[in-house]
Ligand binder design. Structure first.
Ligand code: SF4
Length: 451
C-alpha cells in the first residue's frame, strides 16, 4: 500500500476531498446548530434541489464520526493557516525524510480513508440486520438502512426519488417508520418518457420545491436553480474529464491502483458533493489540473500495456480490494457508475429555458436511457460506456439480494461478446471482506486472458 500512499500524497485535492468526506460530522453539526441550516438525507446523487434551496444535502454515513478524523482535523487546521497545497507539500517533504514512524502515519492516513469508510459501511450493514431489515435487500440498501437507524434522526428531511428498483423504493418507504421526525419529500419519476410524463415530472419537482421552501423558509427562484445547475455542470464536466480523458489514456498521473482509489472516492462523494457544492466543484477542478500537470511533467506511469478493466456497478457495494488485485495482476480498474446511469449529463441553464422542466428532462433521461426501465436499455448503457472507454475487459458485480440490476448479466455478457468481443466475467458480492480469496481466484483466471 505504501506506493499508493506515496502517489496519493501529491494530490492535495484528494486530501481535501478525503478530509471533507470524513470530517462531515463536525461540519454538519456546525451547519445545523450554529448556522441553523436544514440537513437533507440523500441516498443517490440527487442533491440538486437541496443545494438550490440553501439546505445541506448529506449522504447519511457522513454524519458519523470516523476513527481517523482527529488526525485529518489537524491537517484541516494546518490547511487554514498554510493552505491545502502547502499541507500536501509538507506531507510530501515529511514522507521523503524517510523517518519510518512518520512515513507510516502518512501511509495510514490514505489507507485509513478508504478502510474507515468500508468498515463503517459494514457496520451500517450489521446495524440494519440487527434491526430486522429485510434480508432481501442488497448490501447498499442494508448499508443505507443502517445509516438511517443510527443517524437518521438528525436529519430534517429525506429527499426520495423513485428509480426502477422496487427494493430501493421499498427502502425509501421504510424511512418514515425508522425515524418519524424528518420530513419525507418525494419526487415520483415516471418510468418512461411517454405521453405527458415530462409534464407530470415537472409538476412533481415543483411540488418538491414548495416543500423545500416550507422546510427552509427560503424562496427558490429560477435563477437559484440555474446557479446551482451551473456548479453541478462544472462538477460533472471535471468528473467526465477524469473518466474519459485521463482514465482511458495511456499515461496516468499516478499508479493505476491509486487512480482507481481516487475514482472510488469520487463515486462515494458525488452522492452529496461532501455537502458543499462550491467547495466540491473547486476540488474537482483542481484535481483535474493536478492530474494534467503531472502528466505534462511526465510524472506518473505508462499504462499503455495494462488492459483497461471496466468494473461495474460498484455503487450498491463491491469488494474494494478488486482494483488492487487487478493492478497486481497487470491491469487497471476503471469505475464509472454515474456515467453509465447518465447522472453526469449536464443540465441546460440558458435564461429562456425553464430550469424546473430542464431538471425534469435530465431525470427522465437518466431514468429511461441511463438506469433504464428494462434490462435491454441498462445493458446498452454499460456497452455505451465500455465502448467509449475502449475497455479491454468488463467485470460485472452481482450483488446478493439484487433482483433488478444484477439479473441483467446474461444479457450483458451476450451483448459484450457480440458487439465488443472482449472478455467479461461476473463476481458475486455480499459484504466487504467476506470473499476476498474467491475474488482473487476469479480475477486471477480472468486476467490470464490478457497474457
Ligand atoms: S443494487 Fe440492485 S437491489 Fe440494490 S439498489 Fe441497486 S438495483 Fe436495487
Amino acid at each position: 500500500m505504501s506506493l499508493i500512499a506515496d502517489e496519493i500524497i501529491t494530490f492535495s485535492s484528494v486530501l481535501k476531498i478525503s478530509y471533507n468526506l470524513l470530517a462531515g460530522h463536525n461540519y454538519l453539526k456546525r451547519k445545523k446548530f450554529r448556522e441553523k441550516k436544514k440537513l437533507v438525507g440523500v441516498s443517490l446523487p440527487f442533491s440538486d434541489l437541496a443545494f438550490a434551496a440553501g439546505a445541506v444535502p448529506v449522504f447519511p454515513i457522513r454524519m458519523h464520526s470516523f476513527k481517523i478524523s482527529n488526525y485529518l482535523t489537524y491537517l484541516g487546521s494546518a490547511s487554514s493557516f498554510f493552505g491545502w497545497n502547502n499541507v500536501s507539500n509538507i506531507l510530501n517533504f515529511v514522507k521523503n525524510l524517510g523517518i519510518s514512524e512518520i512515513s507510516e502515519i502518512v501511509d495510514d492516513i490514505i489507507e485509513d480513508v478508504i478502510d474507515t469508510i468500508n468498515k463503517k459501511y459494514n457496520k451500517m450493514y450489521d446495524i440494519a440486520i440487527e434491526n430486522g431489515t429485510s434480508s432481501d435487500f442488497c448490501y447498499g440498501l442494508k448499508g443505507l438502512t443502517g445509516m438511517h437507524f443510527s443517524k437518521g434522526r438528525n436529519l430534517d428531511a429525506c429527499l426520495n426519488l423513485t428509480i426502477r428498483c422496487s427494493a430501493f423504493n421499498k427502502y425509501m418507504e421504510s424511512l418514515n417508520s425508522i425515524n418519524k421526525d424528518p420530513k419525507q419529500i418525494w419526487i415520483d419519476i415516471p418510468p418512461r418518457n411517454i405521453g405527458n410524463a415530462l409534464e407530470i415530472l415537472t409538476d412533481n419537482i415543483s411540488n418538491a420545491i414548495r416543500e423545500f421552501e416550507n422546510l427552509t423558509g427560503n424562496t427558490i427562484t429560477d435563477n437559484q436553480l440555474r446557479e446551482h445547475f451551473k456548479i453541478s455542470n462544472q462538477v460533472k464536466k471535471s468528473y467526465k474529464t477524469i473518466i474519459y480523458d485521463i482514465s482511458a489514456s495511456d499515461f496516468y498521473p499516478c499508479n493505476p491502483a491509486t487512480f482507481s482509489e481516487i475514482m472510488s472516492l469520487l463515486n462515494i462523494t458525488f452522492n452529496d458533493y461532501n455537502s458543499n457544492s462550491i467547495r466540491y466543484r473547486d476540488n474537482l477542478i483542481s484535481l483535474v489540473d493536478e492530474m494534467r500537470e503531472r502528466i505534462r511533467k511526465g510524472i506518473g506511469m505508462d499504462v499503455s500495456k495494462m488492459p483497461r478493466i471496466f468494473v461495474t456497478p460498484i455503487f450498491g457495494g463491491w469488494e474494494p480490494k478488486t482494483h488492487d488485485i487487478i493492478y497486481e495482476l497487470g491491469g487497471r480498474a476503471i469505475y464509472a457508475d454515474w456515467e453509465i446511469l447518465k447522472l453526469l449529463e449536464e443540465i441546460p441553464v440558458a435564461n429562456h429555458l425553464n430550469p424546473v422542466e430542464e431538471y425534469a428532462r435530465f431525470l427522465l433521461n437518466a431514468t429511461e436511457s441511463g438506469i433504464g426501465c428494462d434490462n435491454d436499455t441498462l445493458t446498452d448503457s454499460y456497452l455505451r460506456v465500455a465502448k467509449k472507454l475502449n475497455a479491454d475487459g468488463l467485470i460485472f458485480i452481482q450483488l446478493f439480494g439484487c433482483h433488478s440490476i444484477s439479473n441483467c448479466y446474461t444479457m450483458l455478457r451476450e451483448k459484450v461478446r457480440r458487439e465488443l468481443e472482449i472478455p467479461t466475467t461476473a463476481i458475486t458480492f455480499n459484504k466487504i471482506g467476506e470473499n476476498v480469496e474467491q475474488v482473487k481466484t476469479r480475477l486471477g483466471a480472468f486476467m490470464e486472458m490478457f497474457k
